[in-house]
Design a binder for this molecule. Sequence first.
Ligand code: NAD
Ligand code: AKB
Length: 316
Amino acid sequence: MRKILVIGAGGQIGTELVMRLREKIGNDQVIAADLKDDCPEALFNGPYRKMDALDRDDVRSYIIDEKITEVYLLAALLSATAENNPAFAWKLNMEGLFIILDLAKEGYLDKIFWPSSIAVFGPTTPQVNTPQLTIMEPTTVYGISKQAGERWCEYYHDQYGVDVRSIRYPGLISYTSLPGGGTTDYAVDIFYQAKLQNKFTCFLSENTRLPMMYMEDAIRATLELMEAPKESIKVRSSYNLSGCNFTPKEIASEIVKHQPDFQISYDPDFRQKIADTWPGSIDDSPARKDWGWKEEVDLKELVRLMLFNVNVELLT
Ligand code: NAD
Ligand code: AKB
C-alpha cells in the first residue's frame, strides 16, 4: 500500500500537492511534514508531522518506522531568498536531498519526487524554446543547487537503481498559499494587489519574459509523472515542462480586460538580474513524448481563475 510523506508540505506547492494526493489515495495515507510548528489549515484533514528535512536521524527513523513508500521532497530555499543566504541555501537544497536518496538506495523507499527548476539554466542557455539538453551554466546559488541535485538524482538512478523522478518547474501561479521567495513571485503578488488597490509595482521590468504555469497543471504533471510506468521515464535528471510564458506587461494587459482601471508600474530590483539569466520559453517535447504531458491553462484562463479565486485575507 502507498504511504506518502511530503516534506515542505506547508509551502506553495506542498499545500496543493497534499490536498490532491489525499483525494487520490486517502487522507491517512499522505503525511504532511514541514519545519513549521502548525499544520496549514488546508491540510487539517490528515496527519501532520513537524520535521526538519536536515535532521538526518529524525527523517530516517520516521520514514523507516512509519513504512513510508514515497517521498516528495519540497523543502528548499527559492531563488531570491537563496541569494541572501547562499551557504544555508546550498546546505538545505543539497543535504536534504542526500538524506532521501540514501534511504531509497538502502531499499526503504519505492519512489522519490524531487523538483528542479528553470533556474538550472543560465545566461549562456538559448533563451527561446530552451531544449531539454542544452548549455547549463546557472549563475544563482539556487540554480547551481538544482543543477547539482539533478546530476545526483541521475547518478543514484543509474548506479543504485533509485526510482527518482523530477520536473523543472517554471514559475508557479496559485492562490491557496503564498509563494515562498522566488523571482517569479511577482506573477502571484500582482493578483493580490489588483484586488486590494487596483495597482501594482513590479520588481521586474515590463518586457521580462519568463516561463510560468498554473498550479493545477503543475500538480497534474507531478501526479502523471509519478504514476507513469518506470520504463517510460527516460530522463532521470529532470524534465523540462512548459505551461505558458508572458511578460509583466502582458499579464497586466490581461488583468485590464477584467479591471479596466488597473495600473502597473515598474521598479526592478536584484531579482531582475536573476530573471535576465533565465529562459523566456521552454521546449518540453521529451515530457510530452515519454509520459504524455499536455498543459491545459493558458494566460487568459490563468488570469480569470486567479482574479476569481485570490483571497486577500491570506496576506494578513
Ligand atoms: P515554498 O517556499 O513555498 O515552500 C517550502 C516549504 O518548505 C515551506 O513550507 C517551508 O516551511 C518548508 N521548509 C523549509 N525548510 C525546511 C526544512 N528544513 N525542513 C522541512 N521543511 C522546510 O516553496 P515551493 O514554492 O512550495 O517550492 C517547493 C519546491 O519546488 C522547492 O524545491 C522549489 O525549489 C521547487 N520549485 C518551486 C517553484 C515555484 O514556482 N513555486 C518553481 C520551481 C521549482
Ligand atoms: C523562483 O522564482 O525561484 C521559483 C522557480 C522558478 O524556481 N519560482
